[in-house]
Write a protein that binds this ligand. Structure first.
Ligand SMILES: *Cc1c(COP(=O)(O)O)cnc(C)c1O
Length: 453
């Protein structure tokens, strides 16, 4: 093998087409080899063995020109494919083709968002898109993150810097695990967990927690819980925060996509009251991972992230007008995730994105109706966003868990699990706008077929 070609530069566009052909063929072959299901059959040991077999020697002495084809085929054959209608466990969505194409350009051009001289246009585009998306949530600025986890960490960090290391995080039992973890990571006192027996943060219980816990406080509410897609009562929570002088973060990693929909956006009333909002466009936004944002109401809050490194942001360079980007993230090298986001927003427009949101929410209502009308299943509750919790009627929790694992092992359907009302439920998170009502009926048939006799 001679000198391997580069992706960018004058020869990039000539060296890429044969490689892309190989990739696309391997995706076809691998997907077909999976055998029509959303997941490879056989469970972890079988998949690991097949993957090891395909991978062979990882760092051979000599070049292996077939590596791209072999490994992409193996990954597709062994994928949990979110584009399959029965892949519905997590907030793990199928990326739009146009977003993946834009992400390819990002990989090829490889701008790094830690200094202007590595990303001149990409940094300018990021500034435009983050401000536009911030305005959607009633904020003034936004940081690009790797997702809800990093957004939540940054929200807790900004709150700690504003209020001191004695800051107490108060969150519902329905909050994402990354919030208490952020408090731990940042050395804050043990957070206060408010029970959420109805699945959402009760304003009266929050009020009591605020009154009983010495401040300063950061309240974290959720718009789109991971388990059930529920939205905390945001306006009432915002009122309690104002009364007690608490700072408010809203984790809308899942729910924020409702903003694109005329029909559903009113469910997010109160979002604009938050100091910070987490939103993930790799959920209701159909982006390849990662596409997270943290919007910030008061852009001055971001000054605490200011950082100097003489090799990336020298004072005299900044004074001479080179944008200083280090304060836009705790990371240094950073991918231009903003390109795929910008391409998607502009290609689909508000109407196109809103239609995708409306479609997946409608599919969730369809599934809920099917479950509700089926004597063999129990529906937990009508869906708020696109998550449906259901269980085989009269099954024990152990049976519910076993059915889920049996579906994973045969590779016929990927469902999640959630605990609510003291019981274990199967969770369908519908993020695929191409899923049809027929697919949902097939999903229930698969669950029935995997019940122990
Ligand atoms: C998905 C999710 C997160 C975590 O986001 P990542 O993108 O996986 O880091 C945080 N909060 C909520 C409510 C989520 O649904």
């Amino acid at each position: 093998m001679g000198m391997p070609p580069l992706a960018s530069g004058p020869h990039g566009p000539d060296s890429l087409p044969p490689l892309l052909d190989t990739v696309l063929d391997a995706l076809r072959t691998g997907t077909a080899a999976r055998g029509g299901g959303p997941l490879p059959a056989g469970g972890p040991d079988a998949v690991a063995a097949r993957t090891a077999d395909a991978a062979g020697e990882i760092l051979p002495d000599r070049s292996d020109p077939d590596a791209l084809r072999v490994l992409v085929t193996a990954l597709a054959a062994g994928a949990a494919d979110p584009a399959h209608p029965l892949c519905a466990a997590h907030l793990h969505g199928p990326p739009l083709a146009v977003a993946a194409a834009a992400d390819l350009a990002a990989s090829i051009l490889n701008p790094s968002l830690d200094s202007w001289d590595q990303a001149p246009a990409a940094s300018a585009l990021e500034a435009l898109v983050t401000r536009a998306l911030a305005r959607e949530t009633g904020a003034t600025d936004a940081l690009v993150t790797t997702g809800g986890t990093e957004s939540n960490q940054l929200a807790v960090l900004l709150a700690r810097e504003a209020h001191g290391a004695g800051l107490r995080l108060i969150h519902g039992a329905n909050a994402h695990h990354s919030l208490p973890r952020a408090a731990w990571l940042l050395g804050l006192p043990e957070p206060v967990t408010v029970a959420t027996p109805a699945g959402t943060l009760d304003p009266a219980a929050l009020d009591e927690a605020l009154a009983l816990t010495p401040g300063p406080h950061l309240v974290a509410a959720t718009a789109g819980t991971t388990d059930a897609g529920l939205i905390d009562p945001l306006p009432e929570i915002a009122d309690r925060c104002t009364t007690h002088g608490a700072r408010l973060h809203i984790d809308a990693a899942y729910g924020a996509g409702l903003l694109f929909s005329e029909r559903h956006r009113a469910k997010l009333a109160g979002l604009e009251a938050a100091h910070t909002v987490a939103l993930d466009l790799h959920k209701l936004g159909w982006q390849p991972i990662a596409a997270g944002l943290l919007t910030v109401k008061d852009a001055d809050d971001l000054t605490v992230l200011h950082q100097r490194a003489h090799y990336l942001s020298a004072d005299d360079d900044t004074d001479a007008g080179l944008p200083d980007l280090l304060g836009r993230s705790p990371r240094t090298s950073r991918r231009p995730d903003i390109l795929k986001i910008a391409v998607t927003l502009k290609t689909l427009g508000r109407t196109g994105l809103g239609a995708l949101v409306d479609t997946v929410c409608a599919r969730a209502r369809d599934l809920a109706a099917l479950v509700d009308g089926h004597p063999g299943f129990t529906l937990h509750a009508p869906p708020t966003i696109s998550t449906v919790l259901f269980r085989p009627a009269h099954a024990t929790d152990d049976t519910v868990a076993a059915v889920r694992r049996a579906l994973l092992t045969t590779g016929r359907a990927v469902l999640g699990r959630a605990r609510a009302d003291g019981r274990l439920w199967l969770k369908a998170t519908l993020l695929n706008p191409h899923t049809r009502p027929d697919d949902l009926a097939a999903l229930l048939t698969h669950v029935e077929g995997h019940l122990p006799r």
